[in-house]
Design a protein around this ligand. Sequence first.
Ligand SMILES: Nc1nc2c(ncn2[C@@H]2O[C@H](COP(=O)(O)OP(=O)(O)O)[C@@H](O)[C@H]2O)c(=O)[nH]1
Ligand SMILES: [Mg+2]
Length: 691
Amino acid sequence: MKLAYETKDIRNICFASHGGAGKTTLTECFAFNSKLIERMGKVPDGNTLSDFEPEEIKRQISLNLTVVPIDWKNLKINTIDTPGYFDFVGEVRAGLRVADTAVVVVDVTSGIQTGTEKMMNYCEEIEKPCAIVINKMDRDNIDFQEVYASIRQTFGNKCTSLFLPLIENRVFSGLIDILNKKIVTEQGEKDLSTEQSKEVDTLYAEIVEAAVEADDEMMEKYLSGEVISNEELKSCITKAIACRSLIPVIPVSAFANIGIKLFMDFIAQYFPSPLSMPPAEVMLADKGDKIQLSADPKGPLAALVFKTLTDPYVGKITLFKVMSGTLSNDIKLYNVDEEKEEKMGQLSYPVAKKQENASAICAGDIGALTKLMVTKTGHSLSGVDQKYKIPWVPLPNSNAAMALYASNKADEDKLGAVIPKIQEDDPTIKIVRDEETKQTVIYGVGETHLNVVAEKIKRKFSVSIDLKSPRISYKETIRKAVKVEGKHKKQSGGHGQFGHCWLEISPLPRGEKFLFESKIFGGSIPKNYIPAIEKGVHEAMNEGILAGYPVEDVKVVVYDGSYHPVDSSEIAFKIAASMAFKKAMQEGETVLLEPVMNVTIHVPEQYMGSVIDDLNTKRGRVLGVEADRNWQIINAQMPLNELTRYTTDIGSITAAKGYFELAFSHYEEAPPKVVKSVVEEAKLEKEKQEG
Ligand SMILES: Nc1nc2c(ncn2[C@@H]2O[C@H](COP(=O)(O)OP(=O)(O)O)[C@@H](O)[C@H]2O)c(=O)[nH]1
Ligand SMILES: [Mg+2]
């Protein structure tokens, strides 16, 4: 690796696909061809460059984005490998944010999969240039033409094959290069046969059709029937990729390393460099105005942090892409989001899990800094004079929740210090203390995500933790108005205690929480004891009698009582009020209230019926359905109790396409079945605590 690269010599690509299509193997193959590694590792052997974390090796899937820079033909291809498993889509979005071209990988044995569609749709949404790699061409019984046809049918004719597989004696042995009309194998180049020429001509015409879209002049020429020369065509391929009028398709085998070198050559020659990309829209941090910054190494410094790692030896490692300017060691670095100067450390290039020294990182390139103080993923870095905020990506909903417990006291002490680091490593993790349920709750994108994070906490920070189903913050209330008396009297020797009150306790409408009123006339209780009575009621409300949950939606009126001129005290009245309230709960027909959530579910049309059937089994109520192209948005309400595994359920019903948002709506009386199980659980918990 060189110490610095020029913007024009950089290509930033990001592999994205359904899990298992071969992104990690492709990355490995790139690294091998460029001599970054001497032997190709294998995913099943757990020795690849990009799947290096024990959690990845154990599962044989990628869980993090990994940057592997490849030196190729005097250029640097920053290759970003990403996970395919849906829980880790936050990593994919981060990778795509800093790549100039997405390479969507399709497994030829499976064709278009859910993950393929998700990635293609996301790239369209963010207008990211794309290429499609059809991988595993070495496998038996495959049909390239069928997969290619379905790609064009699903994603449009801008998906155009620039290479055809050369299959000799049923073995995939090389590629037919359509742009150059020749055969390329490991053994060298060959001319096309007559039959091959015919096929190539058809595809060549398809390329011309897609590419001219990118250039008005060329388009005119094409429409008027003039011939577009090969030189002209080649000169607008990059532009056509950059503006998404052309999505090149290429068949390869990462495993057998066939077609990969040609693909790398194609990237080097035709993929847009940062200079060919439209300027980034950024915000002037001081004024709030939006301006455009192009990838000019001489421009003002603006860099976007897209990943933070914690290495047990090195500490915190921050990965960023320079969008404009050049970052060198002598710059005073400023964190725009935290509005703080940042301590500059040694500049380096991330190379999978390692770093290699760099002297400067120029516009368009990716770099790493260690031990930054305040910087987190998504932050913008700039110089101290000109400050720019670069937009970050929307992260997926973190709706899966588990209660997080340290396994023992020593771990509990350590956990507090570790929580901020976990959230720094993974912005889709949120850890919050729920005061109502007295639990620490960890939120993630799905159950696998949470399990992986729990493993990482154990391994990286040596804190042993357990995940349990989170407690739900039920409430208790009464259904019937009651009048109750509370009397606290102790008059055995010395200074006595005396408090006595009559309370009327009645239900309030849902959500009104609490009302307290005094209707004491004629001084049966002196005014100065009334606040103590309210306090006593409050304390008793903290723990209902049904299952120990807080009491809500009650009105309490103190309307009578008595006092003793010497023995009465605030504390005595407080106790009396508390006693009265507990009695009221016994007599007033206690009920359990459960939280009900507003759930907005997004699903492709064809799954709507099954999603609604499932909602009905989960006590859900559909409030309305809206159409959004061929998706449906279902607005529903569902008790939180039924939602604990909903990320998994919605995934299995909709082939992992559906997703949802959650927001608290209101409390509602829980049905007897729920009450029974909550009461039993509370009893067990209590017995456990009592020993
Ligand atoms: N036959 C064959 N197998 C492949 C090829 N590329 C990847 N694989 C295998 O497919 C599985 C998934 O590959 P991997 O690179 O982990 O996919 P990723 O999830 O997209 O990163 C692994 O067992 C690979 O060895 C290929 O070109 N041909
Ligand atoms: Mg992988």
